[in-house]
Design a protein around this ligand. Structure first.
Ligand code: PHB
Length: 357
């Protein structure tokens, strides 16, 4: 029998009950960067996903770029996340923690007035979300060569913290214009050392981060997220197909469990035409597709072997029992944009599940 969204799949030796992942989504409900009881409820409600990937959790104080986002680098955060993972596991789910460093998509307000860091001193067009509202992005400080091992260590340490918090694994966030993506693309990386210039050099930081995390927790517990055509956060590259073919092959060599690809642009038009099938051919592990999928498109993509898994963002946000609803062709709750970022239980844990029947 051929597979579909509702068939099991193995990731790093663990059987997931279906091929639907909950995509990582920033929700800004972690005051003091520590996961709360409300977040425990939110994730536990969504444990029917084959795999939950948490919202981005910053790997260090340096990595923060938004208000009230959780961290995964100190003990208080680990204790908070432990309640999340415990509850998801008690409901039969699997959950990976997304490891995030925002790089230049941040503001001095988060760094005691110091500049955010980036591969090169190139300002993003646009505005940062701060506790005092929107403020223009500043020109970031280019990381010194001697600081790069410290970035790798931030991700390694965060992976250790994620294991202490009983996560099933981690997803390294190399997408959507944040630090690792800033290194990958030639629009934001104009370094002339070993971390800039050629594609191999621009991908070096992601390779070193991935190898460090794999070394720390094992390849079967690691996924990486990329977004080859996303122009979000003022990111661009002159040749994304060649870049991301290389990245996929390089990540394949590390033996990681899955490659999670944002196949669309969050800003509307994709910045280039990239063939996702070509990228996938370079990666031997599980491929997870994201971006505008529904039941029909997801099942077709799995049946035609264009993907192994599909992640759903907004549909999971507003439908805690999304797998059941899709299986039964039940109507979906509509998502309320006004309550996406920040706030309380409203628009977070109060989306209803179907009545038991
Ligand atoms: C956002 O907060 O808007 C956001 C965060 C992480 C992403 C994408 C968007 O990967």
């Amino acid at each position: 029998m051929s597979s579909d969204l509702f068939s099991p799949v193995y990731i790093g030796g663990s059987e997931l009950s279906n091929r639907m992942a909950m995509a990582p989504m920033t929700r800004n409900r972690a005051p003091e960067t520590i996961p709360t009881e409300l977040m425990v409820t939110y994730y536990a409600q969504r444990a029917a996903a084959g795999l939950i990937i948490t919202e981005g959790a910053q790997v260090s104080e340096q990595g923060i770029g938004y208000p009230a986002t959780p961290g995964i680098h100190n003990d208080a955060q680990v204790q908070g996340w432990k309640k999340v993972t415990g509850s998801v596991h008690a409901h039969g789910g699997h959950v990976f923690c997304q490891l995030w460093h925002c790089g230049r998509i941040s503001h001095p307000d988060y760094h005691g007035g110091a500049l955010p860091v980036a591969p090169s001193a190139i300002r993003a067009d646009g505005q940062a979300f701060t506790y005092e509202g929107l403020k223009d992005f500043v020109t970031p400080r280019a990381l010194e060569l001697t600081e790069i091992p410290g970035i790798v260590e931030q991700f390694r340490h965060a992976a250790t913290c994620a294991m202490q918090a009983d996560f099933d694994g981690v997803e390294i966030h190399a997408a959507n214009g944040y630090l690792l993506d800033q290194f990958l693309r030639d629009g934001t990386n104009q370094r002339n050392d070993a971390y800039g210039g050629s594609i191999g050099n621009r991908a070096r930081l992601l390779r070193e981060v991935t190898e460090a995390v794999v070394d720390e927790i094992g390849a079967g517990k690691v996924g990486v997220r990329i977004s080859p055509v996303n122009a979000f956060n003022d990111i661009r590259d002159s040749d994304p197909q060649t870049l991301f073919n290389h990245v996929a092959g390089m990540l394949g060599d590390t033996g990681i469990a899955y490659l999670h690809t944002v196949e669309v642009s969050m800003t509307g038009e994709p910045d280039a035409s990239v063939d996702m099938a070509e990228i996938r051919r370079h990666f031997p592990g599980i491929y997870m597709a994201n971006g505008g999928y529904d039941k029909t498109r997801g099942n077709a993509a799995i049946r035609e072997n264009r993907t192994d898994m599909v992640s759903f963002g907004v549909p999971f946000l507003s439908n805690p029992d999304l797998p059941r609803r899709l299986r039964q062709d039940a109507p979906l709750n509509e998502a309320d944009q006004a309550t996406f970022y920040g706030g309380d239980a409203h628009g977070y844990t109060d989306y209803p599940a179907l009545e038991a029947s």
